[in-house]
Design a protein around this ligand. Structure first.
Ligand code: PEP
Length: 250
């Protein structure tokens, strides 16, 4: 059966109290066993949510939104993979477009972050996606290839058994302009093709590719009908429990 992974990216929202209140609401819902629900809160809420999740016996994965590319050292304000894992993070979002564009993260840096996540047995959730200009110039395929090869080129398929990729067109993130299911599916096929060229078809079949960018509950049915869409990464609509639950229950 096709995996359906639904990831909340809370960005720089929610105090610990607010994060706990959200999880309390999640505990009241019957989480469908066919869907995987993941939440990436701020660093300060990871251990709090992980502890609460265990106590409530909720099958939700708690993860992080970023990780430093070094394993330790004099990097004021940064956080290491070991520290995230110690806090209870099971996955980490790497290469989100806000990190690439606001904090100027390069593909080389993203590759190192993936290595750090893998060293700590955390699932790397690699984000890729083109800007509006790049799409208008017809270079989407090339950009996705650069990003995939730049981030994953030095790994073997054995290293990347837990890899998850998210296609997040920059023009769709936080804009309300969701990609049509056809546009998303086409981009997912491009990503799968690159992965297949690098690691073979058999391995590629096992890599979930999620769509992210202005996802709402109403868009879920049509997105999830696409063969190569294995779930969604949700920003804005994951902040309130009721809208997030509607997305899970599409
Ligand atoms: C995101 O930040 O990864 C995202 C997809 O945000 P939004 O759903 O708000 O577009």
């Amino acid at each position: 059966m096709k995996r359906a992974i639904i990831v909340a990216n809370w960005k720089m929202h929610k105090t610990q109290l607010e994060a706990k209140a959200f999880l309390e609401e999640m505990a009241k819902m019957d989480l469908p066993s066919t869907k995987e629900v993941w939440i990436a809160p701020s660093y300060t809420s990871i251990s709090v949510l992980e502890e609460m999740r265990k106590n409530l016996n909720l099958s939700i994965l708690i993860g992080a939104q970023n990780v430093n590319e070094h394993n330790l050292g004099a990097f004021t304000g940064e956080i290491s993979a070991a520290q995230l894992s110690d806090a209870g993070a099971k996955f980490v979002i790497i290469g989100h477009s806000e990190r690439r564009h606001i904090y100027l993260e390069s593909d080389a840096m993203i590759e190192k972050k993936i290595a750090q996540a893998l060293n700590e047995s955390m699932i790397p959730l690699l984000c890729v996606g083109e800007t509006e200009d790049q799409r208008a110039q017809g270079v989407t395929k090339k950009i996705l290839s650069f990003q995939i090869r730049g981030a994953l080129g030095s790994f073997s398929k054995e290293d990347l058994q837990s890899l998850v990729v998210a296609y997040e067109p920059v023009w769709a993130i936080g804009t309300g302009k969701i990609a049509t299911p056809e546009i998303a599916e086409e981009a997912h096929q491009m990503i799968k093709k690159d992965l297949a060229n690098m690691f073979g078809e058999e391995f590629t079949e096992t890599v979930p590719v999620l769509y992210g960018g202005s996802v709402k509950a109403e868009s879920m049915q049509n997105l999830m009908k696409q063969r190569n869409i294995n779930g969604v990464l949700v920003g804005g609509a994951s902040l309130a429990p009721d809208t997030f639950q509607k997305i899970i229950n599409y």
